[in-house]
Design a protein around this ligand. Structure first.
Ligand SMILES: Cc1ncc(COP(=O)(O)O)c(C=O)c1O
Length: 392
């Protein structure tokens, strides 16, 4: 795989563009869940203006009244081109893709293809809380194979979970978060090949959620799961929604490895009715023409990761933090602060800063919080100031 360094694209850093006043005019979850005196650094929305090509694509569609149902494979073609240029991966075959409403509904559909009611889905905790919610809602059981102390996959725990999941002849799937939310861990090619080999040995199917793939830190290589040897029966979900802040413009892609094409072919046709046509247009424009904007964003996120390390060292040195290799999320170990299992509650009540509580992330989440770095350096600084003030 080739690594593309973050080059200065001439685009301004989008994380510097918006004032707090304009952000407070937003009506989305990040900005409307808490009262106006709370600084929201929680849910994975970014405080950025949209990339120019995305705005143009959506504006043109609205001007034309082009707001019907999605058609064609332009999104998959754009992703295949992006994957080749960005990750040196030429194995994304458009005929082995399907559009799905969003990544989580895509995960649900992929899990329906490879497991049945009552079967087990293995996750690597601590992990994105909807992994538990969606899987349980579809009558599968979640089994946790916690990450190791180094926040990487613990292969002994994973093997034990695989063994347990398939006992009695049941089908099972491993819902892999790659890159990993909340820790920002980027699994290496070796680790992914080891997952594939282990899954093959136990007959477990891998479904990889790769929504954070474009959001790597400088110098870090993302490796698509389906690109590693042995992953031919895998399924992946990708989307432009996290990297270009398009969660409100619903669309995502399911991608099958060569040996999973027969499974993807069983996806009911009506699933393709779910994505928004305007969403598909926006995601396609992002992947095709939005890479200069993405590079500027990634450079800004690198700066913000460094800023957080400095701010924590100065104001909250007892917090444990390993900067992520990807995503715009920071996972903070607050156990040494003596705030109990839910420090987010204390930071909210006493500091008026909203972070994600670690508890819903599963085993390894208690005593932790997740902080969203996709904002201006000023708001990150203010967030850490409020966290420190909560302890005073
Ligand atoms: C790992 C992961 N998967 C899925 C999602 C949600 O994606 P979507 O809105 O496309 O369902 C998120 C959102 O933060 C995420 O972090």
């Amino acid at each position: 795989m080739t690594s593309i360094p973050h080059h200065t694209s001439g685009e301004p850093n989008p994380l510097h563009a918006l004032s707090l006043e304009s952000l407070r005019c937003r009506t989305s979850m990040k900005w409307r869940t808490y009262p106006a005196d709370v600084l929201p650094l929680w849910v994975a929305e970014m405080d950025v203006p949209l990339a120019g090509p995305v705005v143009r694509a959506v504006t043109e569609a609205l001007a034309l009244g082009d707001t019907g149902y999605p058609a064609g494979t332009a999104y998959a073609e754009a992703l295949a081109g992006f994957a080749e240029k960005r990750w040196g991966w030429d194995g994304l075959a458009v005929e082995r893709t399907a559009i799905v409403p969003d990544v989580m509904l895509g995960v649900v559909e992929m899990l329906k293809l490879v497991t049945g009611h009552g079967d087990t889905v293995i996750v690597n905790s601590p992990v994105y809380p909807p992994f538990y919610q969606f899987v349980e809602h579809m009558d599968r059981q979640v089994l946790q194979a916690p990450l190791g102390a180094d926040l990487r996959i613990d292969f002994d725990a994973l093997e034990e979970a695989f063994r347990q999941a398939v006992s009695g002849g049941r089908r099972a799937a491993h819902l892999l978060c790659s890159p990993h939310n909340p820790t920002g861990t980027v699994h290496t090619a070796g680790e992914l090949a080891a997952v594939a080999a282990l899954a093959d040995r136990y007959g477990v199917r891998v479904v990889a959620d790769e929504i954070h793939a474009p959001l790597t830190a400088g110098g870090v290589d993302f490796v698509p799961y389906l690109s590693v040897p042995g992953a031919e029966s895998g399924l992946s979900l990708m989307s432009a929604s996290k990297a270009w802040n398009l969660a409100g413009l619903k669309a995502a892609l399911a991608i099958a490895g060569p040996a999973a094409a027969v499974d993807l072919a069983r996806l009911p046709e009506e699933v393709s009715h779910g994505p928004s046509h305007v969403g598909v247009l926006a995601h396609t424009a992002a992947l095709t023409d939005g890479t200069a904007w993405l590079d500027a964003l990634l450079t800004g996120l690198d700066d913000n990761r460094r800023l957080l390390v400095d701010l924590l060292a100065e104001h909250l040195p007892a917090i444990g933090h390993r900067p992520g290799e990807a995503t715009y999320l920071a996972w903070l170990d607050c156990r040494a602060l003596g705030l109990g299992d839910d420090p987010a509650e204390v930071f909210l009540e006493r500091g008026r800063v909203a972070l994600n509580s670690g508890i819903p992330f599963g085993t390894g989440g208690a005593g932790h919080v997740r902080l969203n770095l996709a904002t201006s350096p000023e708001l990150i600084t203010e967030g850490v100031r409020r966290m420190a003030a909560a302890l005073a």
